[in-house]
Design a protein around this ligand. Structure first.
Ligand SMILES: [Zn+2]
Ligand SMILES: [Zn+2]
Length: 468
C-alpha cells in the first residue's frame, strides 16, 4: 500500500507541480490585449492584495502536497476521507479514515498540526451535523410504522458549486461529491438506528427531506391503498363524502347539518374508509370508484370496484379479516364488502380508465294502457345505439352534447299492472333512467317512445359491473 501511495505521489509530482507552476502567476498585472479580453474566472482573486490560501495552486490529492494544502484550507476529516484519494484502500468510517490521512500528513509536515478544522470549506461543516440530523429524523418519524425509506437532501446551490470547484481543483480524481457523501453518511448513521428499514429510490413508505442549511427535517408518510368491490344496499348513501350544501362542509358544520358538515351522514367512502382510517391512525381517505351510481341507486351483484387511498397512516399493517368485520358491523347493512387487498396508485388509474359495461334492473310506471306487445317492443332495444343528449338533471355540471351508447342486451321483462321491470346491459356511460323515460325526447330511442306512453322510473339497481 505504501508503494502504491508512493507511485501516486510520483505520478502527480511529474504531472506539472513543482517547477512548472508558479503559484504567484495569477497576480502578474495584466497588460497584454489578449489577456484583458479573457473573462476573469474568479472575482475573489483580486479582492485583496494578498491571495488567500485557496487561490494558491497545489497538486490535487492524493499527492502529499495536495493533502497538505487541503488540510491548510481547513478540510475536515470527513472531507479528507472523500477527497483525499485513498477511498478504495480503506473500509473504516470516513472520520477515522480522514484522521489517519491527516496524521500521515502531519508526520510529513508537523507545522500543519496547528491548523484546526473549525471551518471546512468543502462541506461548510455539514458532516459535523450528522448526529444531530439523525436525532431530528428519528424525532420526526416518531412511532410511524414503515419498512422502506427514501431520503432527499437540499443543499444550497452555492455550496454545491463552491465545493465542486474546490474539489475539482484540489481533490483526488474520482473523489465523491459532497451531496452523495453527505447522503451516504446520514444513511449509514441512520441505518444503525433503523436496521430493519430498507433504503429505496422510489415508492417508499416514508420520504424524509433534509434541508442542510436549516437542518430542518420533514417526513412525508406515503399513503396506502386497498382494492375491493362494494355493494350498496341503501338508497340514501352517496359514494363519496358529500359536503353540506348550506355550510359547504366547513369545520364544525352548521345547524342544517347538525354540525357534521355533511349533506348525508353516510357515504360509501366513510363507511369503508373510516374504520380503516382509525385502524391505521391515518389522517384522511380518498375514494376512487370505477364510476359511480346515483345516490338513490343500489349497487348489487359482485359490487363496484374501488380503491381507497389512506393518507398519512401511522400504521401500515392491517388485519383484513378484522377490518372487514368492523366495516360490516358499522355499515349496518347499508353497504357490503367481500374482500380487501393491497393496491397501489396505478390501479386507481386503471379503475378510472376502465369502461366497464354494466347491467341494471329498472322498474317504472306506465301511464295508461300497456300495449299487449310491450315485452317484444322492449326486447327490440337490444343492440340499439341510443342517442342521449345530456340529461336535464346533470346539465348544470356536464357539457351539453349528444352521446351515443349501445344497449347490449335486454332480459327478464316483467309486466305487472301498470308497472314494467326489466334487466338491461349497456355500454359504460349510458343514462339508464333516461333510456326509459326519454327525458322529454332528449334520449332516443327510449322505452317511453316505443310504448308511446309516459314512463316514470320507480327504482334502478346496478346488478353487475362487468369488470375483472
Ligand atoms: Zn468537510
Ligand atoms: Zn352544514
Amino acid at each position: 500500500m505504501v508503494e502504491e501511495d508512493q507511485d501516486e505521489w510520483m505520478s502527480y509530482a511529474t504531472a506539472g507541480y513543482g517547477g512548472a507552476v508558479d503559484p504567484w502567476d495569477d497576480l502578474v498585472p495584466v497588460d497584454s490585449e489578449e489577456e484583458q479580453e479573457d473573462p476573469i474566472d474568479d472575482d475573489d482573486l483580486f479582492e485583496d492584495d494578498m491571495p488567500s490560501l485557496r487561490d494558491l495552486d497545489a497538486p490535487p490529492c492524493p499527492a502529499p502536497m495536495g493533502i497538505r494544502h487541503v488540510i491548510r484550507l481547513g478540510c475536515c476529516n470527513f472531507c479528507l476521507s472523500r477527497i483525499g484519494g485513498r477511498l478504495n484502500s480503506d473500509s473504516s468510517p470516513p472520520e477515522i479514515h480522514g484522521s489517519r490521512i491527516r496524521e500521515e500528513a502531519i508526520s510529513r509536515d508537523p507545522s500543519i498540526a496547528e491548523i484546526d478544522e473549525n471551518y471546512c470549506p468543502f462541506c461548510e461543516d455539514l458532516f459535523q451535523d450528522i448526529d444531530n440530523i439523525v436525532i431530528r429524523i428519528l424525532r420526526e418519524i416518531g412511532d410511524v410504522e414503515f419498512s422502506t425509506l427514501q431520503m432527499g437532501y437540499h443543499i444550497s446551490k452555492e455550496l454545491i458549486e463552491e465545493e465542486d470547484s474546490l474539489r475539482k481543483r484540489f481533490g483526488a480524481r474520482g473523489a465523491h461529491p459532497l451531496k452523495a457523501s453527505f447522503a451516504g453518511a446520514v444513511e449509514t448513521a441512520l441505518k444503525e438506528k433503523l436496521d430493519e428499514v430498507e433504503m429505496v429510490k422510489e415508492i417508499p413508505d416514508v420520504m424524509i427531506l433534509v434541508d442542510s442549511l436549516t437542518l430542518r427535517v420533514k417526513a412525508e408518510i406515503r399513503p396506502v391503498f386497498y382494492y375491493g368491490r362494494y355493494r350498496k344496499l341503501a338508497k340514501d348513501v352517496p359514494q363519496t363524502r358529500w359536503p353540506c350544501r348550506a355550510c359547504k362542509g366547513r369545520d364544525g358544520g352548521c345547524d342544517s347539518c347538525e354540525g357534521t358538515g355533511l349533506q348525508y351522514p353516510d357515504s360509501v367512502q366513510d363507511l369503508i374508509g373510516e374504520p380503516i382510517r382509525e385502524a391505521l391512525s391515518a389522517e384522511d381517505t380518498s375514494f376512487h370508484g370505477m364510476g359511480r351510481e346515483d345516490i338513490d341507486v343500489r349497487c348489487l351483484g359482485r359490487g363496484r370496484p374501488f380503491v381507497v387511498e389512506v393518507k398519512k397512516p401511522r400504521i401500515r399493517t392491517i388485519d383484513f379479516e378484522q377490518i372487514l368485520k368492523l366495516i360490516s358491523s358499522r355499515a349496518d347493512g347499508k353497504i357490503e364488502l367481500d374482500a380487501l387487498r393491497p393496491s397501489n396508485r396505478s390501479e386507481i388509474a386503471r379503475i378510472k380508465e376502465t369502461k366497464a359495461e354494466k347491467s341494471y334492473r329498472i322498474r317504472f310506471h306506465v301511464d295508461g294502457e300497456i300495449p299487449d306487445d310491450s315485452e317484444s317492443r322492449i326486447h327490440e332495444l337490444a343492440g340499439v345505439i341510443l342517442e342521449q343528449r345530456t340529461p336535464k338533471r346533470v346539465a348544470h355540471r356536464r357539457s351539453d352534447l349528444v352521446r351515443k351508447r349501445q344497449v347490449i342486451s335486454v332480459e327478464n321483462v316483467l309486466i305487472e299492472d301498470n308497472e314494467i321491470q326489466f334487466d338491461v346491459r349497456c355500454q359504460s356511460g349510458t343514462y339508464v333512467k333516461e333510456m326509459v323515460h326519454s327525458d322529454d325526447g332528449r334520449t332516443t330511442p327510449s322505452v317511453a317512445e316505443i310504448l308511446e306512453s309516459e314512463c316514470t322510473v320507480l327504482w334502478l339497481d346496478v346488478i353487475d359491473i362487468h369488470a375483472e
